[in-house]
Design a binder for this molecule. Structure first.
Ligand SMILES: [Zn+2]
Length: 218
């Protein structure tokens, strides 16, 4: 005769190490990322919402993605639970269905219209960060308080006010992609890998921003 705890033990024992690892792997992949569907990409494009405004919220609670999206200036969450009415899967950072709330689209579009593309630099991290913000002073403080990328000596090096600053940030990121530097810090008890940190010089990054602004007639 076997009691429940004995049964559990024998079940756990019965699994090979590999099986357990694979199982963990599958769960991790399922919980760690979601891809935007063709229909969602069309919706974003039809409403002039840049991809750089999106945030993969897979496996995160609303309070958690709300906080992380605020820090990153992201406005559209995907990988979320479907809305009750039509099963849409795009939400605002506050958790509202974007497709059922047209007013939220106008808000997001306005939000991405004007802001600052900035460059920050950290000696400790030996890296620069290129981002978009409506309030760069506040952003520097947030980053240092958080210990972003494992450093607390981030300094603002450059900022440019620009229409569609969110899109410009996205373009700079793709230009600098080969210099991407994976820095990490702990946030909400999870290891977070920074998406906006690079190993090139701040001068090079500034030149890229100026070039993009020039090509846009700014
Ligand atoms: Zn909906």
């Amino acid at each position: 005769m076997m009691n429940i705890s004995g049964l559990l033990k024998s079940l756990i024992k019965g699994k090979s190490k590999n099986e357990k690892e694979n199982q963990f792997d599958d769960t991790w992949h399922a919980a760690s990322s979601t891809k935007l569907t063709g229909a969602q990409l069309r919706f974003l494009s039809d409403h002039n919402l840049p991809l750089s405004c999106t945030f993969d919220a897979t496996g995160l609670r609303t309070a958690e993605y709300k906080s992380r999206m605020k820090e990153l200036d992201k406005t559209v969450a995907y990988g979320v639970t479907p809305c009750k009415k039509y099963n849409h899967r795009l939400r605002t950072s506050a958790g509202h269905c974007i497709q059922c709330n047209p007013a939220s689209i106008a808000f997001i579009t306005r939000y991405y219209k004007e802001g600052y593309v900035y460059i920050m630099s950290s000696r400790d991290a030996k890296a620069i960060k290129v981002g978009f913000s409506l309030d760069t002073k506040n952003r520097v403080q947030q980053l240092n308080t958080k210990g972003y990328g494992g450093a607390s000596d981030w300094k603002l090096i450059y900022e440019a006010k620009a229409p569609e600053a969110g899109r410009i940030e996205h373009e700079v990121h793709s230009r600098l992609s080969k210099y991407k530097k994976d820095l990490q810090h702990i946030e909400w008890n999870k290891l977070v890998t920074c998406q906006e940190t690079f190993s090139c010089s701040s001068e090079f990054a500034v030149a890229q921003i100026k070039d993009i602004l020039k090509s846009r007639g700014g």
